[in-house]
Design a protein around this ligand. Structure first.
Ligand code: HEM
Length: 472
């Protein structure tokens, strides 16, 4: 290991800071190290150096401006190499393949292109409103359904009818197996990579069987919708989708190109589903906790849509500044990915005299930065007004979607999808507290944080709103 001068709690030989690592509320506990050690804190776990960035300035400079040196991802022998998940863009190491993937996504769902799918999303959201009308108790399930349906519509032109849609089930299975394969500390082979050479029949080599299963299942899950679009194109019945546009643009694909498009599409589903559904669930929670914000947003939507004579569309965005600010506050307050995804330094780096070494991993403490009281006074209060007026507080989109060469490529799509869902839900429903239920911010740990279960009352606002939902 190279020596460095990074501040952080003293660790034990070999173990490093294993015993100091928080078991829960990881982001909050990392933030507590800031007063003593500063914005950049060093910890080590079994000789793996981890750099936690507790301020926007440090995260922006180290991962953003100087991002070339920190654009790698941790090398996960089990998840990436053996199980084949390195074919997901989120796990690519930086280099040509990663660049090509990002360039493709920028041209397909970047800020200039995501809006091309707005009207398809708007139609889907009406189906979500119907589900809320028929079965308001299960709003959390409907939140997952709508974001999954929007992603599958864009990627494959696939219309999801029900909860047990085969593509959703297959993709969810891939994500579940991925979370097992990538679980930190679960696999000895991640600590001792040479074990990957052990033959499958060797006692204790069950990890190789599991890895092989991951590969087969991922291929099956992503190949089926891809082949289906191919067939639909042959039959002249394919709907507009990312896969169809990709196939249209190239007369014949190499096996490598087919694999690229299959896995990139699969990654979009995995990366978009839980992030956006967590955000939409936070929106419902925020609305019961802050009825004034809800009423203000509804008044703005009613004015734009001529008092419930139509549903809002994405084209109304610039006329709905309060609703847009509400979305930004959902992104900040919802703290969807508390620590983002880890970056890996591929070269030595310095920041304000601190020496960061090649091979170290870096986490931007996104949740702590979004709740930094210096940037966001009373950070736990949901207040869209923060972003309106002559002195707006910092734009949270520069935090919550990560940094530099790893910045979330689905950010424009996520904003558009969430804006349509939020605006149409507020146009038609009142989200009210359930009698006896107490509301607070209470979220799970993990790469993506989810709200602990809560109940709300969801009531259609008027006969006009009901007619808009039912298309009468
Ligand atoms: C509110 C919703 C979302 C949030 C908060 C979010 C957040 C993030 C964050 C923090 C990262 C890691 C950035 C870094 O390493 O610095 C990321 C990466 C990524 N996101 Fe998102 N995301 C969201 C929605 C989406 C959607 C809708 C898609 C695609 C449909 C998507 C696709 C991806 C991909 C492919 C990566 C990996 C990028 C890379 O490694 O180069 N995300 N996202």
């Amino acid at each position: 290991r190279k020596s460095h001068n990074l501040p952080g709690p003293r660790g034990y030989p070999l173990l490093g800071n294993v015993l100091d690592m928080p078991r829960s509320h990881v982001s909050e506990n990392f933030a507590k190290l800031r007063p003593k050690y500063g914005d950049v804190v060093y910890l080590s776990v079994f000789a793996q150096g981890i750099v936690v960035l507790n301020s926007q300035k440090a995260a922006m400079e180290i991962l953003g401006t100087k991002g070339d040196t920190s654009a790698g991802r941790p090398i996960l022998t089990m998840a990436s190499e053996l199980s084949g998940y390195d074919r997901f863009l989120a796990l690519h190491q930086n280099g040509e393949r990663h660049r090509a993937g990002r360039t493709y996504l920028h041209g397909a769902i970047g800020p200039q292109h995501a809006r091309e799918y707005a009207s398809a999303q708007e139609e889907q959201v009406v189906r979500f409103l119907k589900k809320l009308l028929d079965d308001p108790e299960n709003f959390e399930e409907h939140c997952k359904w709508i974001v999954g349906a929007c992603i599958l519509l864009i990627t494959y032109g696939h219309n999801v009818d029900d909860y047990n849609d085969p593509y959703i089930e297959a993709s969810s299975g891939v994500m579940q197996r991925f979370s097992v394969a990538a679980a930190p500390g679960r696999w000895l082979v991640d600590l001792i990579p040479a074990l990957k050479h052990v033959p499958t029949w060797f006692p204790g080599a069950h990890f190789k069987k599991f890895a092989a299963l991951c590969r087969v299942k991922a291929r099956q899950a992503f190949e089926a919708p891809f082949l289906s679009v191919k067939q639909q194109m042959k039959d002249g019945v394919a709907r507009r989708s990312l896969v169809a546009s990709y196939l249209e643009a190239s007369s014949s694909l190499t096996q490598e190109e087919e694999e690229f498009i299959m896995f990139t599409m699969g990654d979009l589903y995995g990366a978009g589903l839980h992030t956006m559904s967590s955000g939409i669930s936070s929106f419902f929670l925020a609305m019961v906790m802050n009825p004034t914000a809800q009423k203000k947003a509804q008044a703005e939507i009613d004015a734009v849509c001529d008092m419930q004579s139509r549903l809002p569309t994405f084209a109304d965005k610039s006329s709905m500044p309060y609703v847009e600010a509400l979305l930004w506050e959902v992104l900040r307050w919802g703290a969807i990915t508390p620590l983002g995804l880890p970056h890996r330094f591929t070269q030595d780096e310095t920041y304000e005299g601190l020496q960061i070494k090649e091979g170290m991993h870096a986490f931007a403490n996104i949740s702590a930065i979004s709740f930094d009281p210096e940037s966001y006074p009373e950070p736990e209060v949901f207040r869209p007004e923060r972003f309106i007026g002559p002195n707006p507080q910092p734009d949270p989109r520069k935090i919550v979607f990560g940094y530099g060469r790893r910045l979330c490529p689905g950010n424009a799509l996520a904003e558009m999808t969430m804006l349509i869902i939020i605006a149409r839900t507020l146009a038609t429903f009142d989200i009210q507290p359930r009698k006896g239920e107490k509301y607070s911010i209470s979220r799970t740990d993990g790469v993506i944080a989810h709200n602990n279960p809560f109940q709300v009352d969801i009531n259609v606002r008027s006969g006009l709103a009901r007619d808009l939902i039912l298309g009468n």
